[in-house]
Design a protein. Structure first.
Length: 451
């Protein structure tokens, strides 16, 4: 009965903090904290980092520092030590965001939190500033009498994949050591469905360059026998998927099956905003294709633009490729398989150059520990329904660093994001009910995990 009373108290406290949560998120969204000085002033990230540090101190953490990481960005670390014999929980988030992309496609200003149809819009409103607010709201609801130790780390360059915090953790393992780690950079299967992310796909990014001619040539005088670099690139890229859309890289298995919760194709069609009458691709279920099998995406192509193009045969063409790989696949093996496939399928003996940008290992979280049990119970108490699990197609390489550095820690992935949030896309938004329910779940977890 006492636990029920405590849950009711926390529910009321979180509900009473939602106006503050909106104010917090509005301030956070206003920082144009894209961690790429080529696009936005780095001072925007510095201001965001300082705001996060100040906010967590005001929320009751007693020690705070802004630590420069090897990529030059700042990680905010705020903590409150554990009482004797109590565990410590590490709460992760990141304050940097993706650029807004096509600002003309936004229905609201990307750097101004705007309420519309019950959702809060703005870049980073879900990924991941909404999760910062989730952590803040949970700590504020609990007040100063924490029954366990809490450390918060807010990363400053997660979206740039420059490994700043990963290398910082490896060099400073004691600073973030914890018994349980809550990675607040994921979300629910759908709004209102409490979900823990069980697996993450890894990735391989490469830039492929095809060269066929010393310079472009007049298509009328030379077209026909002269090898077209762009056409060669198109043929090469086409070899990476079969006619059904399955990723087909020689030496890389593409028939794995997802054993857990399924993703109805109708729901995915709507969530992904697939155009009417356009089919989903691949021979597996949506869950198989999304969480269990490799997926090759062409991220960009350098080629003559349509407007301003000349009647000339392209001499060179480039593409940036992203290969997502499921748990059980080694990223180096995947890269070597991709490289061998590209070399074997380049047509006309065209000159091929493959530049490796980086790799990320897939991840699978453990189950069955006391922290996981406490979090599942907390999610169920907050939402009024049992928690489920899902995979995620994205990569969070830091999870593998955490797992290696803190092998005894339980790692759990959750957050306020869900399919309608449209993270990384124009019109990103968050459902404020997700912030409220996830903050309540985290507060219940922090109140009960210590036993």
């Amino acid at each position: 009965m006492a636990e029920d009373v405590r849950v009711a108290e926390l529910r009321g406290a979180v509900a009473g903090l939602m106006d503050q949560a909106k104010t917090d998120l509005a301030q956070l969204v206003s920082f144009q904290s894209v961690a790429d000085p080529r696009q936005y002033p780095i001072e925007e990230c510095d201001m965001a980092a300082q705001w996060v540090a100040d906010a967590f101190v005001a929320a009751g953490l007693t020690t705070v520092g802004l630590h420069e990481t090897p990529d030059g960005t700042k990680a905010v670390v705020a903590s409150r030590p554990a009482p004797d014999g109590a565990p410590t929980v590490l709460l992760y988030c990141h304050y940097d965001v993706q650029p807004p992309m096509d600002e003309a496609a936004w229905r609201t200003p990307p750097w101004e939190l705007t309420e519309r149809d019950g959702r809060w819009y703005g870049r980073g409103s879900a990924d991941c500033k909404g999760n910062i607010v989730m952590h803040l709201t949970a700590l504020r609801a609990l007040g100063p009498d924490l029954p366990l130790g809490v450390t918060v780390v807010a990363e400053g360059s997660e979206e740039q994949s420059t490994r700043g915090l990963e290398r910082f953790v490896e060099a400073n393992p004691e600073l973030l050591r914890a018994d349980a780690i809550v990675v607040g950079d994921c979300g629910n299967f759908a709004a209102g469905v409490p979900t823990l992310t069980q697996t993450l796909r890894g990735g391989v990014n490469v830039v492929v360059t095809i060269e066929t001619l010393a310079s472009p040539l007049h298509s009328g005088m030379f077209g026909g026998p002269a090898p077209d670099a762009l056409a060669a690139l198109i043929r090469l890229l086409a070899s990476l998927r079969d006619e059904r859309g399955n990723t087909t890289i020689d030496g890389l298995s593409n028939d794995q099956v997802w054993p857990g919760v399924q993703y109805p194709s109708e729901q995915f069609h709507a969530d992904a905003r697939v155009l009417r009458d356009v089919e989903l691709i691949g021979d597996g279920t949506v869950a198989d294709m999304l969480w269990a099998r490799p997926a090759l995406t062409v991220l960009g192509i350098d080629a003559p633009p349509v407007v301003g193009s000349a009647a000339a045969i392209p001499a060179t063409a480039r593409a940036r490729l992203n290969l997502r790989i499921p748990p059980g696949t080694d990223p180096e093996d995947a890269y070597q398989a991709l490289l061998a496939h590209l070399e074997a399928n380049t047509p006309w003996r065209a000159r091929l150059t493959v530049e490796l940008e980086g790799t990320a290992a897939p991840f699978r979280s453990s189950t069955g520990g006391p922290a996981r049990a406490a979090m599942e119970a907390a999610l169920a108490a907050s939402y009024g329904r049992p928690a489920t699990t899902q995979g995620q197609g994205g990569s969070i390489p830091l999870c593998n660093v955490f797992a290696t550095t803190y092998p005894d820690a339980e790692i759990m992935l959750m957050g306020v994001e869900e399919p309608k949030s449209l993270i990384h896309a124009p019109n990103e938004s968050v459902d404020p009910k997700e912030i409220e329910h996830m903050a309540l779940a985290e507060a219940i977890f922090l109140a009960t995990y210590a036993g």
